[in-house]
Design a protein around this ligand. Structure first.
Ligand code: SAH
Length: 496
C-alpha cells in the first residue's frame, strides 16, 4: 500500500537501545516526513530520524505532561492533513500505557489512515535486559503489568489485595517514586516480606541499573541508591534469578555509551561491531562526503594510482562511468591502497591493489611508494581537504605525483544531540572537527581514534582521555575500546 501521504504510523521504539527497534519501525522512520516523539525514545532511535524530516518533541516529563495529550492528538491530525507521512514514535509499545488508543480515536474521527507497529515494551523487555525472566517454569505462570501512576483523574487506587493473590510476576511501570508504597501495600495485603523484588532503571541502555532485594528491603535499597525514572519494579520469585541470569556481564562493552561519528553510509559496520560487544551505540554522523566535479585525466600518463579511502575508490569509479569509461582505461597503471578497507573496495571492482603499506596511514603509503613509483608519475585520487602529511611526505620522498580531489567533506547537522555518552569514536580528523562543530556543549570524556593524526585532532579538541587504535582498522578500533589502559600507545603507527 502507498503509505506516502496523509498517513500516521504509531511506532513503538522499544525500551531505549536502538537495536530493539523493530525492522518495520526502522523502515517507516526512514520514510517519515514528520516525526512526533516522546521523551522515553532512546537517543539511538532518535538519531535515525531522517535529517530532512520535521521533528516535533512532545516529551513528557516525570511528573506531569509536557504537551497535553489533546494537543499531541491535534498535532498528529494537523500534520497528516498536510498530506505528510507522520511517524508517531513512542517509548516501548504504543499500547502499553502509551495512550496509543487515544491517538487512534483522534485519527479515526478525521478519517486519517494509520498503522500500528508494536514495540518491545519495557514491561517485558526491561526485565529481560536485566536477566529477569517474567515467567519461569515452576516459579511464575503469569505476568501482570500494572501502572503505579494513580494521579490520573477518575482511576481507582490499586487493589493491592487482589494483586497480592495473583501469584505470578508483578511488573509495575511508572513506579520509581512509589516503590515504598508498592512494597508496603503488598506486604500489608499478605505477601511475604521475603518475596524477591527488583527495580530496573534505564533498561536496555548503557545506564541500565538493577537493584535487587525483597519486598521488605527494596524500598530502602532504592532510596539509598537514588533510583530514578524511568524504572520498573518487578515483584516475584523470578526477579531473584537475575543473580545468575544477568547476561550483560559477558559483554565487554556493556555499560558503555558510544557515539559513532562516521558518515551515515559508512557507520553500519562499526556500530554493529560495537553493539555485538554490548555497547549502546548512538550514530551521529558528523561529516558527509560530497563529490566534486572533476575532469577525467589521461590515465595512460600515470604509472600508479593512489587511493586513500573507500569514498575515493567509489568516486573514481563513478568518474570513469560518467565519462563512459571503465577499468581498462587505466591501462598498465598500478594501484596502491592506504589500508585493507580501501583495498577491499578496489578488489570488489575488479582491481587488485599492487601495494598496501604495513601501517595504514598517508606517511607510510608515501614511503612505500617511494621505491615503486619510477618514471611515470603517481595520481592520488583523494579528498579535497585530505591529510597534508601525505603530500608533504610524497614531496620529501621525491615522488612525481599529481593530486586529483574527487570529493570533499562537509559537516552534518545532527538530528538530535544525545543526552550523554562516555566515548566518541573518530575515524578521521574531520570527524573530530565535525563533532565539535555540531555538539560543542556535549561533554564526552573519551575519544577513541583510528590513528595518530585523528588522535592529535582529538587532543586539540580537548578530550581528556584519548585512545588510539593499534592499527587503522575498524576491528582494531573496537579492540581499543575494550582496553582498560587509558593511554595505550599505538604499536605501529608511532611517528619518529
Ligand atoms: N509504552 C511504554 C511505557 C510507557 S509508561 C512501554 O511499553 O514500555 C512509562 C514507564 O515505562 C516508565 O515510567 C517506566 O516505568 C517504564 N519504562 C519505560 N522505559 C523504561 C526503561 N528503559 N527502563 C525501565 N523502565 C522503563
Amino acid at each position: 500500500m502507498e503509505r506516502g501521504k496523509g498517513f500516521v504510523a504509531l511506532v513503538g521504539a522499544g525500551p531505549g537501545d536502538a537495536g530493539l527497534l523493530t525492522l518495520r519501525g526502522r523502515d517507516l522512520l526512514a520514510a517519515a516526513d514528520c516525526v512526533v516523539y516522546d521523551r522515553l525514545v532512546g537517543d539511538g532511535v532518535l538519531a535515525m530520524m531522517p535529517p530532512e524530516a520535521e521533528k516535533i518533541s512532545v516529551g513528557k516529563t516525570g511528573g506531569g505532561e509536557f504537551v497535553p495529550q489533546r494537543e499531541i492528538n491535534e498535532i498528529l491530525v494537523r500534520e497528516a492533513e498536510k498530506g505528510r507521512f507522520v511517524v508517531r514514535l513512542k517509548g516501548g509499545d504504543p499500547f502499553v500505557f502509551g495512550r496509543g488508543g487515544e491517538e487512534i480515536e483522534a485519527l479515526n474521527a478525521k478519517g486519517i489512515p494509520f498503522e500500528v507497529v508494536p514495540g518491545v515494551t519495557s514491561a517485558l523487555g526491561g526485565p529481560a535486559c536485566a536477566g529477569i525472566p517474567v515467567t519461569h517454569r515452576g516459579e511464575a505462570r503469569s505476568v501482570h503489568i500494572i501502572t503505579a501512576h494513580t494521579k490520573e483523574g477518575g482511576i481507582a487506587p490499586l487493589d493491592y489485595a487482589a494483586l497480592a493473590k495473583l501469584g505470578g510476576t508483578l511488573v509495575f511501570l511508572m513506579g520509581a517514586s512509589a516503590v515504598r508504597e508498592i512494597c508496603s501495600e503488598l506486604i500489608r495485603s499478605g505477601m511475604a516480606e521475603e518475596t524477591p523484588a527488583a527495580a530496573v532503571e534505564n533498561a536496555s541502555t548503557a545506564a541500565q541499573r538493577l537493584l535487587s532485594g525483597t519486598l521488605g528491603t527494596l524500598a530502602g535499597i532504592c532510596a539509598a541508591e537514588a533510583l530514578r525514572s524511568p524504572a520498573l519494579i518487578v515483584v516475584g520469585g523470578t526477579s531473584a534469578l537475575a543473580g545468575s541470569f544477568a547476561w550483560k556481564r559477558f559483554l565487554p562493552l556493556a555499560g558503555r555509551r558510544i557515539i559513532v561519528t562516521r558518515p551515515r553510509e559508512r557507520a553500519g559496520k562499526l556500530s554493529a561491531m560495537l553493539r555485538a560487544r554490548g555497547a549502546e551505540v548512538v550514530e551521529i554522523p558528523c561529516i558527509a562526503t560530497r563529490r566534486i566535479k572533476a575532469a577525467l585525466p589521461d590515465l595512460s600518463k600515470y604509472g600508479w594510482l593512489g587511493f586513500t579511502s573507500v569514498t575515493g575508490v567509489e568516486a573514481f569509479f563513478a568518474l570513469l562511468a560518467e565519462n563512459a569509461r571503465d577499468i581498462r582505461s587505466i591501462g598498465t597503471a598500478k594501484a596502491a591502497a592506504i589500508g585493507p578497507a580501501t583495498a577491499a573496495a578496489l578488489k570488489e571492482r575488479g582491481l587488485m591493489p599492487d601495494y598496501m603499506p604495513d601501517v595504514y596511514d598517508g606517511v607510510h603509503l608515501a614511503r612505500g611508494l617511494a621505491s615503486l613509483v619510477k618514471d611515470k608519475p603517481l595520481l592520488m585520487l583523494r579528498a579535497k581537504e585530505g591529510s597534508a602529511e601525505l603530500s608533504r611526505e610524497l614531496e620529501a620522498c621525491h615522488i612525481g605525483f599529481t593530486e586529483l580531489p574527487l570529493y570533499e567533506t562537509v559537516y552534518e547537522r545532527p538530528a538530535v544531540i544525545p543526552q550523554s555518552a562516555d566515548t566518541a569514536v573518530f575515524t578521521s580528523a574531520s570527524t573530530v572537527r565535525g563533532f565539535k562543530a555540531a555538539m560543542p556543549e556535549l561533554d564526552v570524556e573519551c575519544a577513541c581514534c583510528i590513528g595518530v593524526q585523528t588522535a592529535e585532532e582529538a587532543k586539540r579538541a580537548g578530550f581528556k582521555k584519548i585512545i588510539t587504535a593499534r592499527k587503522a582498522t575498524l576491528e582494531s578500533l573496537a579492540d581499543a575500546l575494550e582496553e582498560k589502559n587509558d593511554d595505550s600507545t599505538p604499536e605501529k603507527t608511532e611517528k619518529k
